[in-house]
Design a protein around this ligand. Structure first.
Ligand code: ZN
Length: 191
């Protein structure tokens, strides 16, 4: 536990109080350290955080993520998503989380490989809310007049995340972006 407290450099919460210790994560991340998530079989999150905001951008609901995924999300939002939206609609305000932790296989196919969602290493984003109230959804805006913004958002995640999937990947992703921190030998996989 101690090393987590050290890593959480901006921590204002008490550290070293055992399993229930909660801490504010580094940087602009608004998150609380939670107990390890133990799911069926190989499902679960060892270094689990309940994330509600990154880089000043609110998530539609607090989302359970691994530390690695949380840090990647913060990096993408601060260095990718916010600049990708720029001043369009007054700027990015919040994001709709379609999925966080879930003990399931990839695309929920029976007998398939375990999804990165099952380890807290993935997050699905389905919509972006701008400050003027505009709501951009992956489903409706991937090919709308807002397509440039949507494609910048999608492309900018490639790097912070190891795997980035959107409507061009397959029918499963026509209504959301999938981001995870799985690493491929050849680098990021983005489609
Ligand atoms: Zn996903």
């Amino acid at each position: 536990m101690r090393w987590l407290c050290l890593l959480a450099a901006m921590s204002v919460a008490a550290c070293g109080q055992g399993e229930d210790v909660s801490a504010v994560a580094p940087g602009n991340i608004n998150a609380v350290k939670i107990a390890s998530v133990n799911g069926r079989g190989s499902c679960g999150i060892r270094d689990a955080w309940l994330v509600s905001e990154v880089a000043g951008i609110r998530l539609s609901r607090p989302t359970r993520l691994s530390r690695e995924a949380m840090v990647a999300l913060d990096r993408w939002v601060s260095q990718g998503a916010i600049p990708a939206v720029g001043s369009v609609g007054g700027g990015l305000e919040s994001m709709t989380v379609a999925a966080g932790y879930a003990c399931r296989t990839r695309n929920s196919r029976p007998g398939g490989r375990l999804s990165e969602h099952a380890r807290g290493n993935a997050i699905d984003i389905s919509a972006f809310r701008l400050r003027d109230g505009t709501r951009l959804t992956v489903l409706d805006d991937w090919n709308s007049r807002n397509r440039d913004v949507m494609r910048r958002l999608w492309r900018s995640a490639c790097g912070p995340f190891g795997t980035v999937l959107g409507p061009n990947a397959d029918a499963h992703h026509r209504d959301h972006f999938h981001f995870d921190v799985a690493e491929y030998r050849s680098g990021s996989y983005c489609r």
